[in-house]
Design a protein around this ligand. Structure first.
Ligand code: FES
Length: 164
């Protein structure tokens, strides 16, 4: 199916129940693909392959068509957001002040690439464009907290402050 290389993300059993409820509402309705996917994503936050498979079965459409829609529209995601959501600015000012090393160090620590989440869903790593605060570059944001003038060599100490 040409599935992109992603860690295997799964719904919790509680999320599964919610997703199944939504899917059963749309059972057999072929034109309902986008609404059902939207509804599930709004409810559980992402659309893993297992869920796509169920949607395909219940709506009676090929799995690859569901996958095609999920990967085509940027508002759909197959990646859950981590409890600790790390965003690193890679705008020019941050980049020249070491943002690339910040990202590399976090990637190595957590074993994920930018755009991914650890399979335990504790951490996610994202790259941002300029956040408009170049004077305090390089910048990293964890959930709502902004870290300024981040030293790439100390970034692991910051991440480790966040409980798993
Ligand atoms: S480049 Fe990072 S805040 Fe502007």
């Amino acid at each position: 199916m040409g599935v992109i290389d992603l860690p295997k993300y799964e719904l919790t059993s509680e999320e599964n129940i919610k997703a199944n409820k939504i899917i059963s509402k749309y059972k057999g309705k072929r034109g309902a693909l986008i609404p059902v996917l939207q509804n599930i994503q709004e409810t559980v936050g992402f659309l893993p392959l297992d869920v796509q498979r169920k949607v395909a079965d219940e709506l009676g459409i090929p799995e690859k068509d569901v996958y095609g829609v999920v990967t085509f529209y940027s508002f759909f995601t197959m990646v859950p957001r981590g409890k600790c959501n790390i965003r690193v600015c890679m705008g020019t000012a941050c980049f020249v002040k070491g943002a690339k090393r910040i990202v590399e160090n976090i990637s190595n620590l957590l074993g994920i690439k930018p755009g991914q989440t650890t399979t335990d869903r504790n951490y996610s790593l994202q790259i941002n464009r300029c956040l408009g605060a170049c004077g305090i570059a390089p910048i990293m944001v964890i959930n709502d907290k902004v870290y300024q003038k981040v030293d790439p060599d100390k970034v692991i100490d910051i991440i480790n402050k966040y409980p798993q």
